[in-house]
Design a protein around this ligand. Structure first.
Ligand code: A2P
Length: 344
């Protein structure tokens, strides 16, 4: 089977991630008749431009699944929970962008550059990681060739598009109101996001971390196949539209060479090193938005911890953080001839 032969349903095609998935498939020349955009009943019948054609948005129905080979779900957890098993029963491979199945032991959690081989053991559903986990594990996978990684400290700077389209509107509306000293509404987040940042992404847990922070810890261990790696995260929401950034401090078992670290990152598929501080070159969200790669800069020996490297990264959360990774998982399945469910 070739990639262009695969009929792909996109649940959430009108949303922040789904619309980028459509754009990526269009850029790859995927045939319009092989795409079925799906959204809530509110959007049924809506037209989405794809090449010069209009794709008609459908609502989810079991009959719709009969004509699909694969489905990318980027809607809500409830939609994933309900529809992924139904799709699998209908013989459709599911790539789920939500968090509900990620830590399920029968569901591979895959970043193709890191653990593409894990698609081999799928039983119908494959999860794509949290948008902050994906760039993190790519950098850690590149650098663990230097020496084993003992400990990682991460702070994230997360764009509002990670929350969805409503959050983008909230950022614009609050910013506009604040500039003109007008009253503003707070609907999506617990705090204003216009001209503000807050260390609160997803719900707080009993251990003092948030769900988002613990997702990064647990998902990274699963993808890297490393239960020993110690990771501590603080997730921060920032008034940026697209692209999550992260500040990392990575401690190794042995002393490591900075030049070798930079070379490993430069050679890694899907990573672009953008590091020339003399010329103010380092990645920002505006640099990485709309790009496929994870951009890394400010790579330096840490002065507070022995055997440690600090660095900064920025990655389009809607592309490699979500839709691009989902499409690459599909490509990996085809490459490994694992699209079919008959051998399960
Ligand atoms: P819709 O546009 O019809 O509401 P975002 O992450 O940007 O908020 O987008 C969420 C996506 O999930 C949208 O495409 C949205 O469709 C879709 N969605 C929400 N509820 C459902 C549902 N019940 N069935 C299918 N898709 C849904």
């Amino acid at each position: 089977m070739n990639f262009h032969d695969v009929t792909i349903g996109i649940i959430g095609a009108t949303g922040a991630v789904g619309s980028v998935a459509l754009e990526l498939l269009e850029n790859q020349g995927h045939p319009p008749e092989k795409i079925v955009p799906i959204a809530s009943p509110r959007s049924e019948g809506k037209k989405l431009k794809y090449f010069s054609q209009d794709l008609i948005v459908r609502k989810i129905e079991k009959e719709l699944l009969d004509n699909l080979d694969a489905i990318i779900i980027s809607a809500t957890s409830q939609i994933s929970e309900k529809w992924a098993p139904i799709a699998v029963k209908s013989g459709v491979v599911v790539i789920d962008d939500g968090s509900v199945f990620r830590m399920n032991s029968s569901v591979p959690l895959v970043v193709p550059e890191v653990n593409g081989q894990d698609v081999e053991w799928h039983t119908g559903i494959i999860s794509t990681p949290n948008c902050t986990t994906t760039p993190l594990v790519m950098v850690l996978d590149a650098l663990r060739k230097l020496s084993s990684i003992k400990r990682v400290n991460v702070s994230t700077y997360q764009a509002v598009s990670g929350t969805g389209s409503r959050a983008r509107t909230e950022l614009i509306n609050q910013t506009r109101s604040m500039i003109f000293d007008q009253d503003y509404r707070i609907d999506v987040y617990p705090k204003p996001i216009g001209f503000n940042i807050f260390p609160h992404v997803d719900d707080f847990l009993e251990n003092g971390y948030t769900k988002e922070e613990m997702k990064m810890v647990n998902e990274s261990r699963k993808i890297l196949h490393d239960d020993q790696i110690r990771i501590s995260v603080t997730c921060v929401r920032v008034p940026v539209h697209i692209s999550h950034s992260e500040s990392l401090q990575i401690e190794f078992t042995d002393n490591v060479n900075l030049k070798e670290a930079i070379k490993l990152l430069s050679d890694y598929s899907g990573i672009t090193v953008m590091d020339d501080t003399e010329n103010d070159i380092y990645p920002t969200p505006l640099d990485s938005a709309g790009q496929d790669d994870v951009f890394v800069g400010r790579i330096r020996k840490d002065i507070a911890i022995d055997n440690a490297i600090s660095l900064w990264l920025s990655c389009d959360n809607l592309r490699k953080g979500a839709s691009l990774n989902a499409i690459q998982i599909l490509e990996e399945l085809i490459k490994r001839d694992r699209m079919g469910l008959n051998e399960l």
